[in-house]
Design a protein around this ligand. Structure first.
Ligand code: XMP
Length: 519
């Protein structure tokens, strides 16, 4: 368990709970998100957080069986901040009243200061312009305060939009301070953590030292194997573990024949040249492409690749004598349990490819040094470890690689064309200085041939789609608004430079309803 000062976020299922954690991390505060139904009075006391935040959520406290916070939250003598549903739960549990939604309010709203009340505690420094712009998303509202609370700010539809019990340091708001659309939300969160006594001890340098110490402790003199994909997460995990235990780490890089242009060589070179990390580079393109021959169903492709990856990894891993541990670049968003109100499993949109099942099969224990980090924190840690910027800033690349950018049947010919087109697109993006503004960009080769005319001849070649999105975490995404000039120039270059493509389209679907990858 971390030695840092700790803040607990109890999640009631809001879409934006993770943003609370993001904002706190930006303020150098270590926090954990736990679903409401996994926290008990006892576990809470054992965790001993220095402050608690109650998140928003889709339920109504007026409904029977709606979620509640463990009573200990209000009995431990620590500051508590309730947000939206968190505010309603706080009132309900402490003796106030909540009314079910006749006055739903979504989007921008303005809060006026309540006459005669000082803006102190978490509300210190607000109302500089006379009112506070906030982002609301609620159906219910508090209609009667619990004893000890006062109204600090009101809006027409939420008369108790900001409330405080300064004696106990309990605060609550009807809106969402964690979203960017609440411009002073950060001030409120900053005030909250300062008054809870946080000193901002969560920094990457301290995280790195602590992670290295923990890896040494966990591994002792045993050996670790790590599957390298060339992506940021597994690269950072490998370098960190290498710094901790040196040659006790061996990396395995599987080239499944579905990598981008020159990618395999670049990854191997970077690890061998810069880090001298023992590395097995496995060329298994024939195996993967052979098994994928004639397969066009997206889920079948993913399953074949995932299964083969495990087989191949296992084959090489067993060559490393005495390996007891498997390292994985699991990130915090992968770990957070999502809150399910239906009680049923969530729908599988796509089978993500990872080494799931392998640890049990091989009797390996897991080393997951990035489990507490968000993606951008992993990048920061990578910088702290001295990884080249060219690696750290790389766009994410999916485990199944180009297979899911090649809808329909995969052939070596199509992969070859796709690699070249993709390289031109990325080159264009870099040349125009756009690479770092974009979350992910790639080309998909479409399973259609179209007619064209080049010079004096007729062509009958593949069409391709360019895809570029902005995103924070890959969960939602927007297409990137390239200029028409950029798109025109890129299409011309691809069609001129890549034999086999004679038509270029730009995918302007956001996620949802689309996904980032085409399969
Ligand atoms: P989608 O297509 O689901 O992708 O919107 C969201 C993000 O996840 C990446 N992705 C994967 N990453 N294994 C991975 O490691 C996978 O099977 C996989 N499928 C999608 C995708 O590139 C995007 O960044």
């Amino acid at each position: 368990m971390t030695q840092h000062q700790r803040l607990l976020i109890i999640d009631f299922g809001s879409q934006v709970t993770q943003l609370i954690a993001r904002r706190l991390r930006e303020l150098n505060v270590y926090c954990e998100i736990h679903p409401f139904n996994s926290v008990t009075d006892a576990s809470l006391r054992e965790m001993a957080p220095q402050a608690v935040i109650l998140s928003g959520g889709p339920a109504s406290v007026t409904q029977e069986d709606s979620p509640r916070a463990p009573k200990a939250v209000f009995e431990m003598g620590v500051p508590v901040f309730g947000i939206c549903y968190g505010q309603q739960v706080m009132m309900e549990q402490l003796g106030g009243q909540v009314e079910a939604g006749h006055h739903a309010e979504y989007g921008r709203a303005f809060i006026a200061p309540a006459p005669g009340h000082k803006q102190d505690g978490i509300f210190a420094g607000l109302f500089g312009t006379g009112r506070e712009e906030v982002w609301m998303s609620h159906g219910d509202r508090v209609t009667s305060l619990a004893p000890g609370f006062e109204v600090i700010g009101t809006s027409p539809n939420a008369p108790m939009a900001m409330i405080a019990d300064e004696t106990r340091h309990f605060y609550a708001v009807q809106f969402h301070p964690e979203v960017h659309h609440t411009p002073n939300g950060r001030t409120m969160l900053e005030n909250f953590i300062r008054l809870a006594g946080f000193t901002g001890d969560w920094t990457m340098a301290s995280y790195k030292d602590e992670a290295i110490r923990k890896i040494r402790e966990q591994v002792g003199d045993r050996k670790v194997i790590c599957g390298l994909s060339g992506g940021v997460d597994s690269s950072v995990a490998a370098v960190l573990i290498h710094e901790a235990i040196g040659d006790q780490l061996t990396c395995v890089f599987v080239d499944h024949g579905l990598l981008r242009l020159n990618e395999g060589d670049e990854v191997v070179k970077m690890f061998r040249d810069n880090y001298n990390i023992p590395l097995i580079a496995a060329d298994e393109a024939d195996l993967f492409l052979g098994k994928l021959e004639g397969v066009s169903d997206p889920e079948t492709k993913r399953k074949i690749i995932g299964g083969l990856f495990i087989d191949v990894f296992q084959k090489y891993a067993t060559q490393i004598e005495g390996a007891d541990f498997l390292a994985q670049g699991t990130l915090y968003p992968d770990v957070i349990e999502s809150v399910s109100f239906s009680g049923g499993p969530s729908v599988t949109i796509k089978s993500h490819h990872n080494v799931g099942g392998l640890p049990e099969k091989m009797g390996l224990k897991l080393v997951e040094p990035l489990r507490e980090l968000f993606k951008d924190e992993v990048r920061e840690l990578g910088r702290e470890l001295g990884l080249p910027e060219s690696f750290i800033g790389r766009h994410p690349f999916p485990g199944p690689g180009l297979a899911i950018r090649c809808p329909g049947e995969i052939t070596r010919e199509k992969l070859e064309i796709l690699r070249k087109a993709d390289a031109v697109f990325i080159d264009q993006i870099r040349k125009h200085g756009l690479y770092d503004d974009i979350w992910q960009a790639f080309v998909a080769i479409l399973p259609v041939r179209t007619v064209g005319v080049m010079g004096d001849g007729r062509t009958y070649d593949f069409a391709c789609a360019l895809r570029a999105v902005t995103s924070v975490d890959g969960m939602t995404a927007d297409y990137y608004p390239f200029t028409h000039d950029f798109l025109g120039e890129t299409a011309t270059r691809i069609i001129n430079e890549v034999k086999g493509i004679n038509r270029c389209t730009y995918d302007i679907t956001s996620k949802p309803p689309g996904t980032i990858e085409w399969e």
